[in-house]
Every structure is written in structure tokens, then in C-alpha cells.
Design a protein around this ligand. Structure first.
Ligand SMILES: *[C@@H]1O[C@H](CO)[C@@H](O)[C@H](O)[C@H]1NC(C)=O
Ligand SMILES: *[C@@H]1O[C@H](CO)[C@@H](O)[C@H](O)[C@H]1NC(C)=O
Length: 230
């Protein structure tokens, strides 16, 4: 298990000011990001042309990039998932869902889900051999739930896996957290024990920030690679 110290270092500039329920929660990393602030979007990070495999990543609220590592997809989930999948499967690349990931969740979810559907539609036409994975973390999981309702059924076979981290829908139970039939069997839910966003008995926001650990990332990378390579 990764030490708390390494976690704090890895989280870099991520701040989370949300109150924690229990008195004996591990301390949150004290960092410079204001929770709720939008994340700057970088259209220049959108990959062009075709690749064999594309991982669409919707980051968590105010989740910054792994700046020193050149990441583009969010420090806690997207950057480690994309970089490690790419190591195992060089034909894979990431697409950063273009949405602000601010505390304005209603408009952000609409904007993000429109972006996901638009990206899938346009890439599917431009790149007939490209297949996709959908990854959402926290607010980004909500974006993927919303997008899934609007993804045309004919594109389902091109979507090889969906992975949700710290998915708030999961707290609502199995029925409400389901994706549409035809996608749901390809979903992997990753919920850290004690993460109050997805675990009904969770009380410490700290655990919502632990997905960066290899214990969480490695199985997901294997799941995505298996989805792509069949
Ligand atoms: C798709 O795959 C087929 C068969 O492998 C190949 O001939 C074709 O060039 C590919 N198309 C694109 C756009 O990569
Ligand atoms: C990424 O892959 C490297 C090399 O296999 C491994 O050492 C590291 O733990 C992985 N990172 C995560 C976050 O899983």
C-alpha cells in the first residue's frame, strides 16, 4: 500500500476543502487548488487523426493535471490510467473530455456529456477501426452516466470498457447506478472503501483521493487493455 506521504506528494497541488465527517479521518493534503474552481481546458491536448484505441477521460471536480509528468487527464485517475495503459498498449491514447469540472455540476455535466457523445460520433466516422474506453472520476463519472443515455446504440460495440471511480451513482444502489443495457456489462466500478462519494458507510473525503494508488490503477489498466485486445 502506498504511504500517506507518497500520496500527499503525488497529489501535488490538489486541494480539497470539503468537510470530513469523522474526527479520525486521515488529514487531507494541504495544497493550492481551490475546490470547485474550473479546470482550464486545453483544446491543444485533443489528439488528432486516428489511433487504434482511445480512452475518453472525464476528470473529477477541480482535479488538476500531473503537471510535472506532462499529464492532461487529471492527476488522481486520468493521468495514471492513460499513461500506464499506453505503456502496455502503445496504440492507445487519451482524450480529455472538454468540460470545466467546476462546482457548477449541472451545467458541467451537460457540457461534458455533449462533448463525450460528439467525440464518439465524430471519431467513429473518421476512424472506422478505432475503439473506445470511457473513464470517469467523481463528477466525471456523472458525466459518463449522462453521456451514456445519449450514445447511439450502434456505437455500443465500439465501446470496449467503462470504468467509474468514486461514482456518486453507486451510492444510490445497483439499480440507479446501472448503465444502459448493452453497456452495463462492460462497466467496472472502482469505489475505495470509506469513500463517502460512492460507499454508503464512507465518512472520510480522504479516501476519495486515493485512486492514484497502484492497487486501484493496475487492475483498471488490465481491464481496459483486455477490453481493447479482446
Ligand atoms: C482499418 O483496418 C483495415 C483492416 O486492418 C485497414 O485496411 C484500414 O486501412 C484501416 N483503416 C483506417 C482508417 O485505419
Ligand atoms: C504504472 O506502471 C508502472 C510500471 O509497471 C508501475 O510501477 C506503477 O506502479 C504503475 N502506476 C500505477 C499508478 O499503477
Amino acid at each position: 500500500m502506498l504511504s500517506t506521504q507518497l500520496l500527499v506528494v503525488s497529489l501535488g497541488s490538489l486541494a480539497l476543502v470539503a468537510a470530513q465527517g469523522a474526527v479520525n479521518c486521515p488529514e487531507l493534503p494541504d495544497t493550492g487548488v481551490t475546490m470547485g474552481e474550473p479546470v482550464p481546458m486545453h483544446p491543444e491536448h485533443i489528439p488528432t487523426g486516428c489511433s487504434d484505441f482511445e480512452i475518453l477521460v472525464a476528470r473529477g471536480t477541480s482535479e488538476p493535471n500531473y503537471e510535472t509528468g506532462g499529464g492532461k487527464f487529471g492527476i488522481v485517475v486520468g493521468d495514471p490510467v492513460v499513461s500506464n495503459t499506453t505503456l502496455k498498449l502503445p496504440g492507445a491514447r487519451g482524450y480529455p473530455v472538454q468540460y470545466p469540472a467546476s462546482s457548477d455540476i449541472v451545467s458541467g455535466t451537460i457540457r461534458g456529456s455533449l462533448d463525450v457523445v460528439r467525440r464518439l460520433r465524430s471519431q467513429a466516422v473518421a476512424c472506422p477501426n478505432q475503439t473506445f474506453a470511457l473513464v470517469g472520476y467523481s463528477q466525471g463519472a456523472g458525466v459518463m452516466h449522462a453521456a451514456a443515455k445519449d450514445i447511439p446504440v450502434h456505437l455500443y460495440s465500439r465501446i470496449k470498457s467503462l470504468v467509474m471511480f468514486g461514482d456518486g451513482y453507486r451510492r444510490l444502489g445497483d439499480v440507479l447506478s446501472r448503465f444502459p443495457v448493452g453497456l452495463n456489462s462492460k462497466v467496472m466500478q472502482v469505489c475505495a472503501e470509506g469513500d463517502p462519494v460512492c460507499d454508503t458507510s464512507g465518512e472520510c473525503v480522504y479516501y476519495h483521493l486515493t485512486y492514484i494508488r497502484p492497487d486501484y490503477i493496475n487492475p483498471v489498466v488490465n481491464f481496459i487493455v483486455r477490453g481493447f485486445t479482446g
